[in-house]
Design a protein around this ligand. Structure first.
Ligand code: ADP
Length: 495
């Protein structure tokens, strides 16, 4: 394999389609990005146009090729990563979607979920899928389309309709309708896939009233999937994986107990739990991390709704900073220990508290509280919420986390990363390439293409910065104790 070989990562996110080229040394060489249209037909409804998703993706991979000035033959493998759960149904014969993509954020099926909960179905669903019964996942979105688009159900029963998450839709388009498949990680987000038996689950299909014929074949995340035709050259597609799992892979968290946290608008924390699915006692999700070499790895997943968004709030609503990055210097300028605690529970608290009636609050204000303290406490809240999730994961999986791999926009904040290391009593390692999501798909494609092995990836992992704990246990405990007190006081603020 020559040094002129490249891997193409297709990264279809919620707000944009991106294509990224990596060379054989796994360096990022070129990136192209296009926004996708968001459609909000009603309050709580979020849709996208599947054709727009495909076309923006197509124009970014063509552009990235031009940018790097390479021939299609130099691309030895393609990896696809994608926004998860978003649901598309299309006509198998014409390839036309029968409805817009219903995006993961869409809550139109909350009442269907509530109804199934009231009937007592949730424990069975959680046991089989590792998920909670929520409109976020694909099953009730599929059901909604089948029930609301004229003739959809009859066509589906006759085998004329296909279902796919974004990975499946893109693969079907790339292979001109030849391949209808998904990978374990994406299948595990549908509420229809049994993560233990690794099969679509007949009992769940009956419960959600979904015909099996519309479902894609499920394959390992690293496997030959078919070919993407690039200007007349067939390029093999070797990897498919959901975005958060891809970031875990891109951070080379291949071993049990390794975890990554992505600090974006919200935080997404995933911990590799090895070949065992750990069902959470604390309201975390159990999900398939990836399938590779005849093995399936599992992960525990938790998210913080408001992370970087709290810094946006300081900037846009409170207006005490102009740029998110200013928060670092302001927090560092305040060298006293925080007496102030901000709990940004703007839309309730997720795992492990699950108190949707909690609301944001500021505690510990005194006459001399200043804006630096407020900024510092807001940054600290992101680290405290991450610690809440990590403690829950450690208890669920009976594993202790020694280091946390980090990426995402707010991971650039050195104050936040140092505070995170202090609070967790663990090393915080910031990736050199912050595009961990695309990197994960590229890693899988490169393994498939024989460019590198998983061992190469573990050994050569480089960190741009490592933060080590700098406070003692007594201090750590006292800081966190106060946080738990603050959290408690925000609960059930709304009746
Ligand atoms: P997303 O992918 O969710 O859009 P990004 O990974 O691009 O998010 O990160 C953007 C978020 O990170 C914003 O909410 C922003 O407020 C926050 N952010 C960006 N830079 C910093 C920084 N230096 N310090 C703290 N927060 C930051």
């Amino acid at each position: 394999m020559s040094t002129h070989s490249y891997i193409l990562a297709i990264d279809q996110g919620t707000t944009s389609s991106r294509s990224i080229l990596f060379n054989a040394r796994r360096e990022l060489c070129a990136l192209s990005q296009q926004e996708t249209k968001q459609i909000y037909p009603k309050h709580g409804w979020v849709e996208q146009d599947p054709e727009d998703i495909y076309q923006t993706q197509q124009s970014t991979y063509l552009e990235v090729l031009k940018k790097q000035n390479i021939e299609p033959q130099q691309i030895v493998g393609v990896g696809i990563t994608n926004q998860r759960e978003t649901t598309i149904l299309w006509d198998k014969h014409t390839g036309k979607p029968i409805y817009n993509a219903i995006v993961w954020q869409d809550t139109r099926t909350s009442t269907i979920c509530q109804h199934l909960k009231d009937q007592g179905h949730e424990p069975l669903i959680t046991r089989k899928t590792g998920l909670v019964l929520n409109s976020y996942f694909s099953a009730t979105k599929v059901q909604w389309i089948l029930d609301h688009v004229p003739n959809a159900r009859t066509k589906a029963d006759n085998g004329d309709i296909l279902f796919g998450t974004i990975d499946t839709w893109l693969l079907w388009q790339f292979t001109q309708g030849k391949v209808h498949a998904t990978d374990y990680s994406n299948a595990s987000r549908t509420l229809l896939f049994n993560i233990h038996s690794l099969d679509w689950d007949n009992e769940l299909l009956d419960l959600f009233n979904i015909p099996k014929a519309i479902l894609p074949e499920v394959k390992p995340s690293c496997a030959p999937y078919g070919f993407l035709n690039l200007n007349g050259t067939d390029i093999p597609i070797y990897g498919m994986i959901g975005d958060q799992q891809s970031a875990l892979f891109g951070q080379a968290c291949f071993k049990k107990g390794q975890a990554k946290n992505t600090y974006g608008t919200g935080c997404f924390l995933l911990m590799n739990t090895g070949k065992k699915a750990e069902i959470s006692e604390k309201g975390l999700l159990t999900t398939i991390a990836w399938g590779i070499n005849n093995d399936v790895f599992y992960a525990l997943e938790g998210s913080v709704f408001i992370a970087g968004a709290a810094i946006q709030w300081l900037r846009d609503e409170i207006q005490i900073l102009d740029h998110a990055s200013q928060s670092e210097t302001m927090a560092i300028a305040e060298n006293e220990d925080s007496a102030v605690y901000v709990v940004p529970a703007f839309s309730g608290l997720g795992a492990p508290y699950w108190n949707m009636n909690a609301r944001g609050a500021i505690f510990g204000l005194t006459r001399d509280t200043n804006k630096n303290q407020l900024v510092k406490a807001t940054l600290e809240s992101i680290a405290y919420r991450t610690k809440d999730l990590i403690l829950a994961m450690q208890t669920d999986a009976k594993i202790s986390i020694k280091s946390l791999h980090v990426d995402g926009g707010a991971a650039a904040n050195n104050f936040l990363m140092q505070f995170q290391a202090n609070l967790l009593d663990a090393e915080v390692r910031r990736a050199t390439i912050l595009e961990s999501t695309a990197l994960g798909a590229a890693f899988l494609a490169g393994i498939g293409a024989g460019l590198w092995t998983q061992d190469d990836l573990s050994q050569q992992k480089k960190f741009e910065a490592t933060f080590t704990p700098q406070i003692n246990e007594e201090k750590r405990q006292s800081l966190y104790k106060k946080w738990l007190k603050a959290i408690k006081r925000t609960m059930d603020w709304e009746d």
